[in-house]
Ligand binder design. Structure first.
Ligand code: ADP
Ligand code: MG
Length: 682
């Protein structure tokens, strides 16, 4: 240990700083810094046999070496072996390079040849001066991810030295779950850092080689361990016991205009059981757009109220929060249950009145935006916190909501999401949550017809909107997303509103966007809900949650700019009633490859899970989950899509280790995370 520390300390602050940029902070982190690719310097190619297309290594004697000034300043050397002569050329070079290439020296040169004016040449090859008869390396040469100021050769030397150092303790028990056969840790690392020349280069490149599998498995295992640890830690905390005595929940069910779907009933029962335990619930309720999550939330809130505890529902936008409030109030007021509504832009007086109602205990339930987590809001008896569209909130906001519970009791947490997560991803990123899936839509929904229309046919779309609206339907018109500039986005929304107004004088048209005053916004939404407006021109403020069942036509302009989850959410604003619904996606050329791929997916699929799977394929998992927000340590090597078959055994082993060998779990986490366990999630 002392030796390790010294060796590391001996590096000097500059080198240590550069290594830290690569997330190498301790000597043992070096061996987990794995190559991007390899170069084969274990064999030589005769100069005459070198062909363009792949890098080769040749060995020969320097015939000449000089700096020429035409066509521009460069270092040019001639190298000769028994078969022929090669020109090597450097446009940037150091004087020391010229010395290495003194005529008469033997050198090995590694690079790709191409046919030049004067025969075969290499541009910027790597040069390695040698003694005659010097042996070739026995292993492929690793190429590492590196950073400015840190040469490959220096990194190789540091890593090579660390590999020599015993011990690289084997931490996995045998046998592994799922019949997995993987090499030991030390052997896998050696194979990856110093692969023997006869190794299958494709397996190495594709990271399918057992050595790669072993490392990726261990990485996934550590991810599972840290998530399970966080989960278990929370299970040791105390939460209020909220029994389901059925008084209010039963009354709500009795007066609902519909019956719960089987999936909703199962979710309500599962959540009800969680709430009745003395430990905080950590549950994710996943259900596709329109699957009816709100009523499940309402039932849980009532269960808290029945026990004299507070419950809050936090939504990401004001429009959504207000809509939830109205819907919940309509359901709950007949039962004599009050519900407060908090949002940043409500008038000060109104807000203060709501705060007072909450503080006095007159009302136990509240709905709001992130205003709920702001300072003046006191929720001393918070028993349940629900986050709608949870992916729209960061870790910190979810934590802040939890911390609203004043005393030693932690509130139960329910996260809701309409962005379905494929199973492997859920197992990985949400391993610290229990998951309930609403896998059934309420009956009577009609499938939504999706159409792709080129921008040149915008007039036809306008005509269609006119016909639909005059026929009694209502429509949304979503303005183009302009990510770079909010100001430009607003301008476009206002312009769209004006041009549509001019083109459709016979229709009543409203406009909503994020910068409107909240009473204007809510007045417009209310008018649209009440059927007083035919057409609602909107920015993406209506993206999530908005529920106006009579609306049956959705038009999205510049659909190619939107993400898949967004398109699916927007499309989900229609198809909520019994009328046949359609979604028209207007796109403009030129389409990027990704844009085209997204439109194809949204056109071909209506199931949120299928769309999420395709989204994952197009974007990769990190971006998909918004990993930065999720607080889960990112995977460096494993890839949840490609290595899906390793996730289940990793999860199984993680559970076994935590039960039977927690000290091994700690050592594994120490090895990979070095104490950086990532943010625990709310
Ligand atoms: P989401 O899961 O997207 O949040 P909502 O909770 O907004 O879905 O529900 C969508 C619509 O379906 C709402 O109008 C809601 O009242 C209605 N709804 C919910 N559950 C049922 C049901 N079991 N039967 C009929 N309609 C339902
Ligand atoms: Mg919703």
């Amino acid at each position: 240990m002392a030796n390790d520390q010294q060796a590391w300390a001996g590096l000097g602050p500059q080198l240590a700083g550069r290594l830290a940029k690569l997330d190498i902070r301790r000597p043992q982190d070096l061996v987990l810094h794995l190559p991007l690719r390899y170069e084969d310097e274990t064999r030589l190619t005769p100069i005459a046999a070198a062909r363009a297309g792949a890098p080769v290594q040749v060995e020969g004697e320097v015939v000449s070496c000089e700096v020429t000034l035409r066509p521009r300043r460069q270092l040019v050397a001639q190298i000769r072996d028994a078969s022929g002569t090669l020109t090597a050329r450097w446009l940037n070079f150091y004087p020391s390079q010229q010395k290495q290439l003194a005529p008469g020296r033997r050198v090995r040169v590694f690079g790709e040849v191409r046919g030049g004016f004067f025969g075969n040449e290499m541009v910027h090859p790597r040069v390695h001066p040698i003694e005659a008869g010097e042996a070739l390396p026995q292993a492929l040469t690793p190429v590492y991810p590196t950073t400015a100021g840190l040469a490959q050769s220096a990194l190789r030397k540091l890593i090579g030295r660390e590999l020599q150092r015993p011990p690289m303790t084997e931490l996995l028990p045998a046998p592994l779950p799922g019949g997995l056969q993987l090499p030991p840790f030390a052997e896998a690392l050696r194979t990856l850092h110093q692969p023997p020349p006869d190794i299958d280069p494709y397996a190495l490149e594709d990271r399918a080689h057992p050595a790669w599998q072993r490392i990726k498995f261990e990485e996934l295992l550590v991810q599972q361990l840290s998530l399970r640890r966080a989960y278990n830690a929370r299970r040791t905390r105390r939460a209020p016991i909220l029994r389901d005595n059925g008084k209010l929940t039963g009354a709500l069910l009795a007066q609902l205009p519909f019956r719960l779907t089987g999936a909703q009933a199962r979710a309500v029962a599962q959540i009800g059981r969680d709430l009745a335990t003395p430990h905080p619930m950590q549950r994710l309720l996943q259900g596709d757009v329109g699957s009816g999550k709100t009523i499940v939330a309402a039932m849980a809130m009532l269960q808290a109220a029945e026990n004299g505890f507070q419950a809050v529902l936090m939504a990401p936008t004001e429009i959504l929060a207000e809509q939830h409030w109205k819907k919940l109030a309509a359901w709950l007021e007949p039962l004599g249950v009050g519900i407060a509504w908090l949002s940043g832009s409500r008038r000060k007086k109104e807000r203060e009145a709501e705060l007072a109602r909450l503080a006095s205990g007159e009302v136990l339930l509240a709905v709001g935006t992130h205003a709920l987590i702001e300072d003046p809001v006191a929720l001393p008896r918070l028993g349940l916190a629900i986050v709608d569209e949870q992916h729209r909130f960061g870790v910190r906001q979810r934590l802040a909501l939890r911390e609203k519970g004043a005393d030693a009791l932690h509130p139960h947490m329910l996260m809701m999401s309409a962005t379905p997560i494929p199973r492997t991803l859920a197992m990985s990123y949400y391993a610290d949550l229990d998951v309930t899936v609403l896998d059934e839509l309420p009956p009577g929904r009609t499938p939504i017809l999706t159409k792709l229309v080129a921008e040149s046919r915008r007039d036809q779309v306008i005509a269609r909107v006119r016909d639909a609206c005059l026929g009694g339907a209502q429509a949304y018109w979503v303005c183009p997303l302009i990510e770079e500039s909010e100001a430009l986005q607003l301008k476009t929304a206002v312009e769209t509103f004006e041009t549509l107004g001019a083109a459709l004088p016979e229709l009543k048209i409203g406009l909503v966007h994020g910068r409107m005053k909240s009473d204007e916004k809510s007045a417009t939404m209310a008018a649209f809900s009440a059927g007083e407006l035919h057409l609602l021109v909107a920015t993406t403020v209506i993206e999530v949650g908005v529920d106006v069942p009579n609306a049956s036509l959705m038009v999205i302009e510049h659909a190619e700019r939107f993400g898949l989850a967004q398109l699916h959410q927007l499309r989900g604003r229609v198809g909520r009633g019994t009328a046949e619904s359609a979604c028209i996606l207007i796109y403009a050329h030129p389409l990027s490859e990704n844009g085209r791929a997204r439109l194809k997916v949204i056109y071909e699929h209506s199931d949120g899970f299928a769309i999420a799977r395709e989204d994952l394929r197009i974007r990769g998992p990190g971006e998909f989950v918004g990993a930065r927000q999720s607080g889960v340590p990112l995977l460096r090597y494993a890839d949840l899509e490609g290595d899906a078959d390793l996730v289940e055994p990793a999860r199984a082993l993680a559970e076994r280790l935590l039960r039977e060998a927690p000290e091994v779990a700690t050592q594994l986490m120490e090895r990979w995370l070095g104490g950086r366990e990532g943010l625990l999630r709310a």
